[in-house]
Design a protein around this ligand. Structure first.
Ligand SMILES: *Cc1c(COP(=O)(O)O)cnc(C)c1O
Length: 371
């Protein structure tokens, strides 16, 4: 099957549609090659690199239109490490988690394992649905997930009580709408919507989150240095990280953030483009009698990760094998979801025309496989 050769005129210009790591634009890589000699392999404590960290922080401040008293924290380890950092430094006694896929369940599991915290409250939704945020009397953190990357569902970010709103925005950041007054910590890795690489974490922090970090930091709770958000905050204020970051990751993310600001004038413009791009995929799926969006509630369908169910007449595995052999990569469903499904990364760096080309390629393959 996978020896089917797609006609050249159908192919997307860039075949990277994965949900993380995701497409890194060629233009950003060229820029990295241009400046790399002066930047890579130089001290992250010196102005050249710290200027790039500052550029990323200021670009994010502009992109999200952050209130003046919010801060942009940088630390290492990606979202997975941030879960542990939050367990040490953001959750005071008990967290409330909304579990509606693989990633949201991992943070809940991590919090449940921390012996110094009370057993977390967990609200579960069917995979493919978005749980509504509801007030809690007993938790001091509301743990939300802006985009559940495993299911292609987005959750509405809203503040409904006094708990800190702590949002895993790893795949949602810079592609989904959000009002900063509705969150306290909005954290993400950079290898998805930010079109960079893994290993670094950004957290946008409200004054309430900063106060919590400082208060727990001053308490006698044991916190490993690498996961200490108070230390990370001190370093972020000096435009550096506690330990050595990947400088290329910082640079590529800063390029992407500047592009979003210059090209779209901020998050609203990016989101408008995302609405149009995601419609290319969802409308296509609805027009095919062998495909349909997995997420039935249209308002919960992600603008950055599309999950498209296929019926029994076509196999997603076979389609993906042909796509891969033709350089169109990584549209496999999340394995543990166990569905006959295509999952397509539509992050800001992915072109609308390439998404249209993707649908044409799948149509072409389905015709051949069925015939
Ligand atoms: C990818 C992803 C993570 C894990 O990110 P790492 O950088 O691998 O730690 C966490 N949450 C969400 C929503 C993700 O999409």
């Amino acid at each position: 099957m996978s020896d089917l050769i797609l006609p050249d005129e159908l192919l997307p210009r860039d075949g990277r549609f994965g949900c993380g790591p995701s497409k890194v634009p060629a233009a950003a890589l060229s820029r990295l090659a241009e400046v790399g000699d002066d930047l890579l392999g130089t001290s992250h404590r010196k102005p050249r690199v710290r200027d790039q960290v500052r550029r990323l922080q200021e670009g994010l401040r502009q992109l999200f239109d952050l209130p003046q008293d919010y801060e942009v924290l940088l630390t290492l380890g990606g979202a997975t490490a941030f879960w542990d950092a939050a367990i040490f430094g953001l959750i005071e006694q008990r967290s409330r988690h909304y579990v509606f896929g693989e990633f949201s369940s991992k943070f809940a599991k991590a919090a449940a394992g921390a012996p110094w915290l009370a057993t977390p409250e967990v609200i579960e939704a069917e995979f493919g649905e978005a749980p509504a945020v509801v007030p809690t009397a007993d938790a001091d953190v509301q743990a939300l997930t802006h985009n559940e990357t495993s299911t292609g569902v987005m959750q509405l970010i809203e503040r409904v009580d006094d708990a800190l709103v702590v949002v895993d925005a790893t795949s949602g950041a810079a592609g989904l709408p959000v009002d900063p007054t509705q969150f306290d910590a909005y954290y993400f890795s950079l290898q998805k919507g930010l079109a960079s690489e893994g290993g670094l974490t950004v957290a946008l922090l409200s004054p309430a989150a900063i106060e919590r970090i400082e208060r727990i930091g001053a308490s006698d709770r044991y916190v490993p240095a690498f996961l200490d958000l108070h230390t990370a905050l001190d370093n972020s204020r000096k435009h550096q990280t506690y330990n050595t970051p990947s400088v290329s990751t910082v640079f590529l993310a800063a390029e992407q953030v500047d592009w979003c600001n210059d090209e779209f004038g901020g998050l609203d413009g990016v989101v408008a483009a995302q609405r149009e791009k995601s419609a290319v995929i969802y409308d296509w799926a609805q027009e095919r009698d062998w495909a349909s969006p997995f997420v039935s509630e249209a308002s919960a369908r992600s603008l950055v990760v599309a999950t498209i169910d296929l019926d029994d007449s076509v196999s997603a595995d076979e389609i993906n094998a042909v796509l891969r052999a033709n350089g169109i990569l990584d549209t496999d469903a999340y394995r543990k979801l166990g569905r006959n499904q295509l999952r397509i990364g539509m992050f800001p760096a992915v072109d609308r025309d390439d998404l249209a080309a993707y649908t044409a390629c799948v149509d072409w393959i389905v015709e051949r496989l069925a015939g």
